[in-house]
Ligand binder design. Structure first.
Ligand SMILES: *Cc1c(COP(=O)(O)O)cnc(C)c1O
Length: 353
């Protein structure tokens, strides 16, 4: 694939790495291409970052045909830039596309787009410890008619945002509210697809939890409201009586790449990891008899996020004295070590630009 490059004539000043938040500042360029049934994916180009113009009937604006990915480019100590398991994001993007009947992107084409884009924007990868360049590829239906039918036209865009360290004041355990009314996804729905609509549906519960001083929601399954699914935009893991337990991928859970990496890392070190149904009752029992040793969320943004408190139906449960546990800390140290090139990558997970 030939990618046309149009460089900006007015490069922006790079932000101060000390004050970076999440997704507020964007780099100088963006990758774009379009899809039509006649031409396939075409007009691949990297152009100055700019607003996009859409037809008012564009499918995405009415019927929510949008999927996205989130991954990061990291600055290694030797100055080089690398991504973490980008091929996994490409495959997940295509799985999400399949679910929403959006056109898929051949893997080599998507990898080339990511690689050439990051290579051009690599100076936007900050150097300060814990910071990174967040990459947001997204794909949406762009037919220009209000008729509801299979999508024919689509757009694929990648933007990049330098982001600060998730843990500026050290890793503090978070307070999580178990949501017993709203559900995020159901089997047969779009839970396993990374689509914008899942986020729209989960906003209300998140808002309610926040108002009560909780940082995120822990979702239960949509049918019985009994089995643990995930927490906010992270997968969730528990250490119960020496074993690591995480909800199995039933179709309503997002298959996180951090989740997969945690499982593969722990198994390589001899831990028992069980991917299975875990009911909120079993969790309550483990809390009551003291066998719930650790709990953490895992996702690209935070890598791991220890859970210090769970609230279920108004009752509060404290986990591990509200402190980060040894397995959570070990996962954090090892995964971030590999991502920033400080720990040897024996898994072949990193991809240098
Ligand atoms: C993106 C996401 C995750 C985490 O996936 P990673 O690949 O580890 O970043 C978990 N849950 C939801 C709902 C997500 O959207």
């Amino acid at each position: 694939m030939k990618i046309e490059i149009v460089k900006t004539t007015s490069p922006k000043e790079k932000p101060n790495a000390d004050t970076l938040g999440f997704g507020q500042v964007f780099s100088d360029h963006m990758f774009r291409m379009e899809y039509t049934p006649e031409e396939g994916w075409h007009n691949a180009r990297i152009v100055p970052f700019e607003n996009i113009s859409l037809h008012p009937a564009s499918t995405v604006l009415h019927y929510g045909a949008e999927i996205f990915e989130g991954l990061k480019a990291y600055r290694r100590a030797d100055g080089k830039v690398q991504m973490f398991r980008p091929i996994e994001n490409v495959r997940r993007l295509n799985n999400s596309a399949e679910r929403l009947c959006l056109p898929q992107i051949p893997e080599d084409m998507a990898m080339q787009a990511l690689t050439e884009f990051v290579r051009l924007e690599q100076d936007w990868t900050p150097h300060k410890k814990g910071t990174s360049l967040y990459l947001r590829p997204f794909l949406f239906g762009d037919d220009r008619t209000l008729g509801v039918h299979t999508i024919k036209r689509a757009q694929f865009i990648i933007i990049a945002s330098p982001v600060g360290s998730y843990y500026k004041e050290g890793i503090n355990p978070v307070r999580i509210m178990i949501e017993s009314t709203d559900v995020r996804a159901v089997r047969g729905g779009t839970g396993y697809a990374k689509c914008g609509g899942n986020y729209a549906a989960s906003t209300r519960a998140g808002k309610k939890a926040e108002e009560q001083g909780y940082s995120q929601v822990l979702w239960l399954d949509g049918v019985e409201r009994k089995y643990i699914e995930e927490v906010g935009a992270m997968n969730v893991m528990f250490k119960i009586a020496g074993k690591v337990v995480t909800p199995k991928l039933t179709g309503s859970i997002l298959p996180g790449i951090t989740r997969k990496s945690c499982i593969e890392l722990l198994q390589s070190e001899g831990y028992t990891v069980e991917e299975r149904l875990l009911s909120v009752d079993e969790l309550g029992q483990a809390l009551a008899d003291g066998t719930l040793e650790e709990a953490w969320g895992c996702g690209t943004a935070a890598v791991v996020s220890p859970i210090g408190e769970l609230n279920y139906l108004g009752k509060k449960y404290i986990i591990n004295d509200n402190k980060i546990g040894p397995v959570t800390q070990h996962l954090y140290d090892t995964l971030t070590g590999i991502q920033w090139g400080e720990v040897e990558d024996t898994f072949g997970w990193t991809y240098q630009i």
